[in-house]
Design a protein around this ligand. Structure first.
Ligand code: SF4
Length: 376
């Protein structure tokens, strides 16, 4: 266990200031000791081995970086100091917000509740279309970081009225140790844990994480190795393995695919992907097709046409998936949940406004079908 930030607990009143977003008051209350550009407090990492010449090999994700003394892994937040591997982001989130859980997105898990959401710098992929590249592709010393121990996170989450702590925005795998300790403590204090990840993690650390994780939304970025290699610097097989592990370990699972025009929207690939999901994870696995908007390194690609998203949804439903959503298109009817038994709209969503009157205790009020998910 890493030491508490600053070796002390922060008063609850200060945590509440952060939760309500009163950054000015927060800084005034605790000054530079609380938040600083480049604030970093190294802690010994998990899941690595020592090699000859004081080199180390990281075993956390499929990149398995070999790192010489003084160097860092590809994610930019894990560093070899004299033959010992350190995480540079334990207790140093660069983003702290209270979000609707629908923003993760999780549509079948405690709808209309608040989720206390944190992220640090760094990512182990390099997606050309990244929506949070300002933090995911940065090193911690280049960002303004909070000093927040797991105790601070859990106290702030409770004070905010959140039901869950979410590990999100950048890539939680690279702040694995921090996530793990926060998740353990959150469970002890009656909170649940959810995370949004690229699923690019090795099997052993993932199984350990699953003991403390309640729900996950995993990006399935495409369904070819070429797409993963060319657009993200990764590969497909480890992500599919992670999806199977999460299902085996009983973690509530949803999937997001950002549909990039001309990239991963080939109807044949989408059909194969949806068939794989049905056969390996089950037809009740919620799938979110999210609309791409030009950003980061893909500013030359237009936004996904809505008809393309609708075609992807039709293909998914033809392949037998029961809950297929269209995201990032405000007001679209496919952002709501429909009963697979009778077709009734049981959860209406417009933006982050949620009307779940058609579903009580997970049961469709019209026909009595039980919908999969965690509703209470
Ligand atoms: S977590 Fe980071 S350092 Fe470890 S293997 Fe992955 S990219 Fe490399």
């Amino acid at each position: 266990m890493a030491p508490r930030a600053g070796g002390r607990r922060l008063p609850l009143a200060l945590l509440v200031l952060l939760v309500v977003g009163n950054a000015a008051a927060w800084r005034a209350a605790d000054g530079a000791a609380r938040q600083a550009r480049g604030y970093v407090e190294p802690n010994v990492a998990l899941h690595w081995e020592r090699l000859d010449g004081n080199r180390v090999r990281c075993l956390l994700c499929p990149r398995t970086c070999t790192v010489s003394p003084g160097g860092r892994g590809a994610c930019g937040v894990r560093e070899n100091r004299g033959g010992t591997y350190y995480t540079l982001v334990y207790g140093n989130p660069c983003a702290v917000h209270v979000d609707p859980i629908e923003k993760k997105p999780l549509y079948h898990y405690l709808p209309a509740t608040k989720s206390f959401s944190i992220a640090t710098a760094g990512c182990n992929l390099e997606c050309r279309f990244c929506q949070n590249w300002q933090i995911s592709q940065s090193r911690p010393e280049d960002l303004v970081n909070q000093r927040m121990s797991p105790e601070d996170v859990v106290e702030a989450a409770l004070a905010s009225g959140s039901r869950t702590v979410a590990y999100t925005y950048s890539e939680p795998t690279v702040f694995y140790e921090y996530m793990l300790d926060c998740a353990k403590l959150a469970h002890e204090r009656g909170l649940r844990n959810v995370y949004h990840s690229n699923g690019f993690i090795n099997a052993e650390p993932l199984r350990e994480l699953c003991k403390h994780m309640d729900a996950a939304n995993i990006d399935l970025k495409g369904f070819t190795d070429e797409y993963y290699r060319d657009m993200a610097g990764g590969s497909l097989a480890p992500v599919l393995r992670s999806l199977k592990i999460l299902r085996e370990e009983g973690v509530h699972l949803e999937i997001t695919t950002l549909l990039v025009p001309g990239g991963n929207d080939d109807p044949g690939d989408l059909r194969r992907m949806c068939r794989w999901i049905r056969e390996n994870l089950g037809p009740a696995t919620p799938l979110h097709f999210s609309r791409f908007h030009p950003q980061y390194k893909l500013t030359n690609v237009p936004p996904t046409p809505v008809e393309r998203l609708e075609l992807a949804r039709r293909i998914a439903m033809e392949e037998g998936l029961e809950f297929v959503y269209i995201g990032n298109v405000p007001g679209h009817e496919a952002n709501s949940t429909y009963c697979p038994g009778c077709g009734e709209r049981v959860i209406g969503r417009i933006g982050y406004s949620v009307d779940a009157a058609g579903l009580r205790g997970g049961v469709c009020q019209r026909c009595g079908t039980v919908l999969p998910g965690v509703w209470e």
